[in-house]
Write a protein that binds this ligand. Structure first.
Ligand SMILES: Cc1ncc(COP(=O)(O)O)c(C=O)c1O
Length: 404
């Protein structure tokens, strides 16, 4: 091995970052989570699923079975598109064909690959503001121009997209999280889906429907999926919120030509998604009765926890926070009532909340424009805390607001 050349005070500085890396910046959520990780903090800030729900025994059995029965598929390099049987399973769930489906390393990689496959620098991506931070990062790293649109408890306000288009800006892509959005928890209403699909057909843009939470519904009925309304829909999915995020298995379902482009881009990224993870997921998803039981357990756990958080907020902070009761997903999106800490932003409140031993993510972390939007909003995750912890977190939050 050659001697390492030591940097000295007179060495020139390290080369600058490439423009893609420089554009992305850091995730506000990640920075905040670092503060919330202290053991005494009951954090409602994370976006993680509840580790108590991981089907450990089933996944261990699936791993053992994969290694014993099919070591070739489990330990060898595999096809970039993904394991054929897993692609069939995903295609079946989505009413698509195997050729449409690419298995990816989480929905996050699917987002990144789709952004690179369909966008040129300067192309417009329209999306609800606030938005999932990972989507903002993926679109920014493709040098897209982001067109933020308002949203409410029925999701993206599609009328605002009509106005954007009428004013002369036709996006290349519209990004939605159609079910139980991160951070707002909103589900895109049926009529808005129809209107969005019609606009996509008329103006020729892609719709990316990022849907990792759709299976976590415990109340109400799901509107028609966008993919059934227009074949301009690219569906992104994931096992992160229904099995385990550490497996890093997700997918993109897209028209065949686009799927081919996604596969070429994926090849240069990681060759393929972990073969062991794919074999585990293939077995877990393929066992339909066990999966149905697991999903039922997951939904009822989250339903209980969502109810416990909403009840605790009503109990400890009556009238101080405005929110709707979630009927699925992992998040409760709340707004400070005007009379509460009238001049304070949620960012300032977070500092006080951390001092009182709890944490949430302030709305500004999800703002598309860095103009301090959503400054009186809070994303509260009910996924990982126990019912007792949720009650105590609400009590501490009341203390932070000087209501306790
Ligand atoms: C809306 C949304 N899309 C994508 C992801 C990334 O999921 P994955 O773990 O499958 O990469 C998340 C994770 O929190 C998310 O909330």
């Amino acid at each position: 091995m050659g001697a390492m050349v030591k940097s000295t005070l007179t060495s020139p500085p390290l080369p600058p970052l490439g423009s893609s890396a420089a554009r992305v910046g850091s995730s506000a959520i990640r920075d905040l989570l670092a503060l919330a990780e202290r053991p005494e903090v009951i954090s409602l800030a994370g976006g993680l699923p509840d580790a108590r729900t991981f089907p450990v025994d089933a996944l261990a059995a699936a791993a053992a079975d994969a290694l014993a029965d099919d070591p070739g598929a489990t330990l060898q390099y595999g096809p970039t598109e993904g394991d054929p049987q897993l692609r069939d399973l995903v295609a079946h769930r989505l009413g698509a064909d195997r050729a449409n489906v690419t298995i990816t390393s989480g929905a996050q990689q699917a987002l990144q690959l789709v952004a690179r496959a369909v966008l040129d620098p300067g192309d417009v991506v329209a999306l609800a503001d606030p938005a999932y931070v990972g989507a903002l990062q993926a679109f920014r790293s493709a040098d897209a121009r982001l067109a933020p649109l308002p949203s409410d408890h029925h999701g993206l306000q599609v009328q605002a997209l009509v106005e954007l288009i009428d004013a002369g800006t036709v996006p290349s892509l519209v990004y939605v999280t159609s079910s139980f959005d991160n951070p707002t928890g909103a589900t895109l209403a049926g009529q808005r889906r129809v209107a969005l699909a019609e606009l996509a057909e008329e103006h020729g843009f892609w719709i990316v429907d990022d849907d990792p939470y759709g299976e976590l519904r415990w109340a109400g009925s799901a509107p028609t999926p966008l993919r059934e309304l227009t074949d301009r829909t690219i569906v992104l999915g994931s096992t992160s919120k229904i099995l385990s995020p550490g497996l890093r298995v997700g997918w993109a379902s897209a028209p065949v030509e686009l799927s081919r482009a996604i596969v070429v881009l994926k090849q240069s990224t990681d060759l393929h998604t972990s073969a062991l993870s794919q074999q585990i997921v293939r077995r877990a998803l393929g066992d339909e009765p066990a999966m149905a039981t697991h999903l039922a357990i997951l939904r009822s756990a989250y339903q209980r926890q969502a109810g416990a958080l909403a009840d605790a907020l009503d109990r400890h902070l009556p009238g101080a926070l405005r929110f709707g009761r979630p009927d699925g997903g992992m998040f409760l999106w709340a707004e400070l009532a005007p009379h509460v800490a009238a001049d304070a932003s949620a960012d300032q409140l977070l500092e006080r909340a951390l001092a009182c031993g709890t944490a949430f993510v302030p709305g500004s972390a999800f703002a598309v424009e860095p103009t301090g939007g959503h400054r009186r909003r809070l994303r509260l995750s009910f996924a990982t805390a126990t019912e007792e912890e949720l009650d105590e977190a609400a009590r501490r939050l009341a203390g932070a607001l000087a209501l306790g």
